[in-house]
Design a binder for this molecule. Structure first.
Ligand SMILES: [Zn+2]
Length: 236
């Protein structure tokens, strides 16, 4: 389904949430049509069947027994509403049954491309633009991690189970008497290669299920220690 087709679907016909606002990316479409039995035609067919039995299907006039009333309507319904009680008639009325600008609109809705101006003016499109502008939680966390890394010279590494994080500044400061090489002072991998066990035993490494979690717990300790001693986070 292309963007203009999604836009044409609009909002959920039950809760009126737009596509990107619903709980799940899955959605259903409902095609609703109203039909009316042609009672006279039905009576003729029944009469014929009573006279000639199953042959009525072959030898009869084969006329339409029901007629479609008005245009059909394709509606979007979100996954949440699909699992709730729905009144089809209310949905059909609520989503603007008979409010199409022209009788042909329903038939062409799924295979025409509206002009770009009408696209931009639709609420769904406007909403999608907003969504793209708003950073996701994951993006915010990545940004936060980058800030912390800059502030405390944090080195992180993804192990088989957890993420680990340590502050290069803190490690250099704590290992001052060990004569760290230039590489060991600037490269986390080199530092870990030489002093992994010492650093871990000193409790300088923090772990977490995510990089953010490991950094967060490290930063919490560093800032706490900094508040108390006014010494850490230093080395600058
Ligand atoms: Zn809904």
């Amino acid at each position: 389904m292309k963007q203009y087709q999604l836009t044409n679907l609009g909002a959920c016909c039950r809760c009126h949430k737009k596509l990107a606002q619903t709980a799940s990316p899955m959605f259903f479409t409902l095609k609703v049509e109203r039909w009316m039995l042609d009672i006279m035609a039905v009576q003729r067919q029944i009469g014929l069947e009573m006279q000639i039995g199953p042959l009525a299907g072959v030898m009869g006039p084969d006329e339409d027994l029901a007629e479609k009333i008005g245009e059909s309507k394709t509606m979007m319904i979100c996954i949440e509403c699909c699992c709730r009680d729905v009144v089809i008639a209310a949905l059909a009325e609520g989503s603007g049954w008979g409010e199409q600008p022209s009788p042909a609109s329903e038939r062409t809705a799924m295979n025409t491309t509206p002009t770009s101006t009408s696209l931009a003016a639709t609420p769904l499109f406007a909403f999608m633009v907003d969504v793209r502008k708003t950073p996701s939680l994951a993006a915010k966390r990545r940004q936060q991690v980058a800030e912390w890394k800059g502030l405390f010279r944090i080195f992180t590494h993804k192990g088989p189970d957890d993420w680990m994080a340590l502050s290069m500044d803190e490690c250099c400061w704590k290992l001052e008497g060990y004569g760290l090489t230039k590489e060991e002072q600037t490269d986390g991998v080199m530092l870990m290669a030489g002093y992994c066990r010492l650093i871990d035993e000193a409790g300088l490494i923090h772990y977490g299920e995510t990089e953010h979690e490991a950094c967060e717990s490290l930063v919490a300790r560093l800032t706490e220690a900094n508040d108390q001693t006014q010494q850490l986070g230093g080395g600058k």
